[in-house]
Design a protein around this ligand. Structure first.
Ligand SMILES: O=C(O)C(=O)C[C@]1(C(=O)O)C=C[C@@H](O)C=C1
Length: 262
């Protein structure tokens, strides 16, 4: 059996370019997951804590779906993968599938960083209202499941900051060590920030939202036309990255580096 690796990360070939390639591929997943969620209107009852229909749960319907799904996926071994971080890590059942030895690439002290509480709050309170239409079509289970798809894609991308930080540290340990030892968060943030890369990321995700989310029509002679409508407004995807995804990915990097010498 082969030794599994976190996607695109095999210890022998990890470079800043290869982790960036993974971030680029994850953009597709994020944009598609937003497009899927935008099929449904808000469906507000699934977020209302007083309306939960799951016996034995006190949270909202969507929280119940996420907890239950994470429990099943934990049994299937999802959280053995160092790229995956659960939203509700307490009391998750153990994996029932044969243990797979993931390549240990991350430094152990930083590997368990989990900022999913921030990801959850950002998604439900700030992002969701920006791209779903108001209304209620009763498709509660499908809506909750597409919320989970968005949350998992965003969480994976943001926590991928651990891999980015590890590569940056290995490339230039002497640059990072003084700031790590003095716990200088601002200095670490400056060291790991590449503004020109961030500008390109923002432009690319907007372009992907245009490309993947356009309405495509084909007439009888095979000519395709688009009507200029997008399933998710491209500037909202740019804003998602600029205001939340990249800052949270950088927060993960800082938190990880602060533990890098433990
Ligand atoms: O590509 C990097 O160097 C990253 O750290 C990733 C990332 C991002 O989240 O996209 C974050 C910080 C950098 O300023 C540029 C981009």
């Amino acid at each position: 059996m082969t030794t599994p690796v976190a996607s695109c990360v095999s210890d022998s070939v990890v470079t800043l370019d290869s982790v960036r390639e993974s971030l680029v591929r994850q953009e597709d997943t994020i944009v598609f997951s937003l497009i899927e969620r935008a099929k449904f209107p808000t469906n507000a009852p699934i977020y209302d804590h007083s309306l939960n229909s799951f016996p034995g749960f006190s949270g909202s319907f969507v929280e119940s779906v996420v907890r239950e799904t994470e429990a099943v996926q934990a049994k299937a071994g999802r959280y053995e993968n160092p790229e995956e971080n659960p939203f509700f890590p307490d009391n998750l059942p153990p994996s029932l599938v044969p243990h797979r030895n993931y390549t240990q690439f991350l430094h152990p002290a930083g590997a368990s960083i989990n900022i999913n509480k921030k990801v959850w709050d950002m998604y439900f309170t700030q992002l969701l209202p920006l791209f779903v239409a108001p209304g209620d079509d009763g498709n509660y289970a499908a809506t909750a499941s597409s919320d989970l798809g968005c949350l998992q894609a965003l969480s994976r991308r943001i926590h991928y900051g651990k891999f980015v930080a590890e590569v940056k540290y290995r490339d230039a340990p002497h640059d990072y060590e003084p700031a790590i030892r003095s716990k200088d968060r601002d200095a670490l943030m400056n060291l790991l920030t590449f503004k020109s890369v961030e500008d390109i990321v923002k432009m690319r995700v907007e372009k992907k939202a245009m490309t993947f989310g356009q309405e495509v029509n084909v007439n009888a002679n095979g000519t395709s036309t688009t009507n200029g409508n997008y399933k998710v407004d491209p500037p909202i995807v740019g804003r998602l990255y600029e205001e939340w995804v990249m800052p949270l990915t950088k927060l993960v990097q800082v938190e990880y580096l602060l533990r890098r010498l433990d």
